[in-house]
Design a binder for this molecule. Structure first.
Ligand code: PRP
Ligand code: MG
Length: 212
């Protein structure tokens, strides 16, 4: 019998809630984070614990059939991958922020300036749409420190509680998009596994309805 392969964030903000929702739909998984792969006891399913940023490519290649992933990551790296269900947790924004003392109050004020980000495609798309040109510095983490060390005039990153912006003396000036965890599927998924996803989706819908 075929088994559905689902990617879940290895560690980070989505990990716990992803496993929690799988549990709520009656899928019990054998172990925790230490292994990169785990099997469900009562559903033909294997979980792969992967790095967030790698998941879109795994979906595209059909290495995994589906994933629980932040919509923001799909927008950045997986525009071609389809979302099956919005899961309502890990809500966040992707926003532009500048130092509190900056005169900039909208993205337009960053024309010709430097923006540090881990989301270059998302930022570029927005800049293009608004007819603004800025110089991007691509960094993988701790983006909010960039203005303080003179690397950039503004940043674009995830804002959840807002505490990282606050602690680094930054203010949000523009929200580029809203995001939440989603269930996404590979374009290469087999008919058989698609039928398993349909089952999971059916169960998810009833759990999500119950949460409302
Ligand atoms: C993420 C993100 C922001 C922060 C937003 O960083 O990159 O910096 O969380 O959350 P907040 O608004 O609740 O403060 P993370 O801590 O995951 O680390 P990283 O940037 O080094 O990946
Ligand atoms: Mg960060």
């Amino acid at each position: 019998m075929s088994k559905l392969k689902i990617a879940v964030q290895k560690s980070g903000r989505l990990h716990d809630d992803s496993l929690k929702i799988l549990k709520e739909i009656g899928i019990s998984i054998d172990n925790g984070k230490d292994q990169l792969k785990a099997s469900a006891r009562n559903f033909p399913l294997e979980i792969f614990y992967l790095r967030n940023g790698d998941i879109p490519q795994y979906l595209r290649d059909g290495v995994v059939d589906a994933a629980i992933i932040g919509e923001n990551v799909l927008i950045e790296k997986g525009g071609d991958i389809s979302i099956v269900e919005r899961l309502g947790f890990s809500k966040c924004k992707v926003s532009i922020a500048v130092p509190k003392s900056s005169k900039a109050s909208s993205l337009k004020d960053l024309d010709g300036k430097r923006i540090a980000t881990s989301y270059p495609n998302t930022v570029n798309q927005f800049l293009e749409q608004e007819g603004i040109s800025a110089q991007l510095h691509i960094i993988n983490g701790s983006v909010e420190i960039a203005p303080n060390i003179g690397l950039a005039d503004g940043i674009c990153d995830i804002v959840s509680s807002g505490s990282t912006l606050f602690k680094n003396g930054l203010k949000e000036i523009q929200v580029l998009l809203q995001s939440e965890a989603v269930l996404a599927t590979s374009p290469a998924i087999s008919e058989e596994n698609k039928a398993l996803i349909d089952k999971i989706q059916f169960r998810l819908k009833s759990v999500l309805r119950g949460r409302e």
